[in-house]
Design a protein around this ligand. Structure first.
Ligand code: CO
Length: 208
């Protein structure tokens, strides 16, 4: 794939869209009203819209290395706040994926420079759950479980924000933790019971 090919693809895409709906781009330009915020990994194999089968306008998307929502990261915090407060999305999804190189890198003893503070958030997830993780015999299964636990922790981080707490009070939002299995293409709902998890810690993070 070279750069000119990408522009040819774009012109072909415009032709396709307009042949089925001449007003397609005009309608897109009117605004967005997505019901989903999807927070996923930047991994090139984990394409947000394609794996969910959503069209332009249906999902607000944020992607970074290992689908993180660190409490001091202005980018993801701004995305969550904008989506919850102004777009008023009904669902926030944190979607991890098995075979995540970000999660794997975080588990190795290597100095990765600027990536260190980012990946340290995943090391902290490991520390929080080290008893469970250390008891898993196989390395691949341990990584997979860490991917799931990282999703859970990022769902908790989403729930710590003022905008999401407000949305919860107004009963207009649900937070979901999902995992995409690259090996099968399957999207898996981890069925994270955030109400149960937050029940014990909600008072600590309550802002209103
Ligand atoms: Co990844």
């Amino acid at each position: 794939m070279d750069v000119p090919q990408i522009f040819r693809n774009n012109r072909e895409w415009i032709r396709e869209k307009q042949s089925s709906d001449p007003e397609y781009f005009h309608n897109l330009s009117k605004g967005q009203n997505p019901e989903f915020l999807y927070i996923g990994c930047s991994d090139s194999r984990v394409t947000a819209e394609e794996l969910m089968g959503v069209k332009p306008g249906q999902a607000f998307i944020h992607r970074n290395i290992a689908n993180m929502v660190p409490n001091t990261d202005l980018s993801s915090q701004s995305v969550v706040t904008y989506a919850a407060r102004y777009l008023k999305v009904k669902h926030i999804v944190v979607c991890g994926h098995y075979y995540c190189n970000g999660v794997k890198a975080a588990m190795q003893s290597a100095d990765l420079g600027l990536l260190n503070p980012w990946l340290r958030n995943i090391r902290d997830v490991y520390r929080l759950h080290h008893a469970e993780l250390d008891a898993i015999p196989g390395e691949e299964e341990r990584y997979k479980r860490l991917v799931e636990l990282n999703v859970e922790e990022q769902c908790i981080n989403v729930s710590k924000t003022a905008a999401v707490q407000q949305a919860y009070l107004e009963k207009r939002m649900t937070v979901h933790g999902w995992v995409f299995d690259i090996h099968s293409g399957e999207l898996i709902d981890l069925k994270i019971d955030l109400d149960r998890i937050m029940a014990g810690i909600r008072e600590i993070y309550r802002l209103m």
